[in-house]
Design a binder for this molecule. Structure first.
Ligand SMILES: [Fe+2]
Length: 209
């Protein structure tokens, strides 16, 4: 049976042998509903530690007292086509650890998309958190994330996840393969609001930076 590689990067591939007429085969990738890991071919994983998130949290003293090797979140993605290819889709999960730096919840870097009109779906899988959203006019708002919550993130909207619970927050995602990630804009300007704990509850407050 001829096997065609559709993914050029890395060692993993997704085969197209399922296209043979009348074939019924097992998929190359599964989303494990036991531990919510993506397993199979063309799966990538990236871990972000505190040392990768310099400048993200407001409380520099609290940040400096933490172990820079502390894992904040990891992202798995299944990329059946090359990054940047128009018309394809990527599927992924983000797993954000519980905890805070000062009064600010652990969170992802946040990004606009490189092709900034590209939209994305997020959905809550495990744990509780907040999806922080910001438009181009720097209006910032948020949606509660919990198992089963579904979030449509329109184009031109920056997005970031924060874990406000005691367990690991896991969120699924599906986005266009040509969306890309623009982290720089958030790294330079940040969001216009921060998610902090006030009286034991998460609250969005205007950023003082
Ligand atoms: Fe995104």
């Amino acid at each position: 049976m001829k096997k065609i590689t559709v993914r050029e990067n890395g060692s993993s591939t997704i085969s197209e042998n399922m296209r043979n007429h009348l074939n019924v085969i097992k998929p190359d990738v599964v989303f494990n509903l036991g531990d919510y890991r993506i397993e199979g071919k063309a799966v990538m994983e990236r871990t972000r530690k505190l040392k990768d998130l310099r400048g993200v949290f407001q409380d520099k003293t609290a940040f400096g007292s933490e172990d820079p090797e502390r894992v904040v979140y990891s992202v798995q993605s299944c990329r059946p086509v090359s990054e940047g290819k128009e018309g394809g889709l990527f599927f992924g999960t983000s797993a954000i650890m519980p905890g805070k730096i000062g009064d600010e919840y652990l969170m992802t870097k946040g990004h606009f998309h490189q092709k900034s009109d590209r939209a994305e779906f997020y959905w809550g899988v495990q744990g509780t958190g907040i999806l922080i959203l910001m438009d181009r006019k720097r209006n910032t708002w948020a949606e509660e994330v919990y198992p089963g919550s579904l979030h449509y993130i329109a184009g031109e909207i920056a997005h970031r996840l924060a874990n406000t619970g005691a367990a690991k927050l896991i969120v699924g995602a599906c986005w266009p393969s040509d969306a890309g990630h623009n982290y720089d804009e958030i790294a330079i300007h940040g969001f216009s609001a921060r998610l902090v704990e006030r009286n034991g509850k998460p609250e969005l407050v205007a950023s003082s930076e």
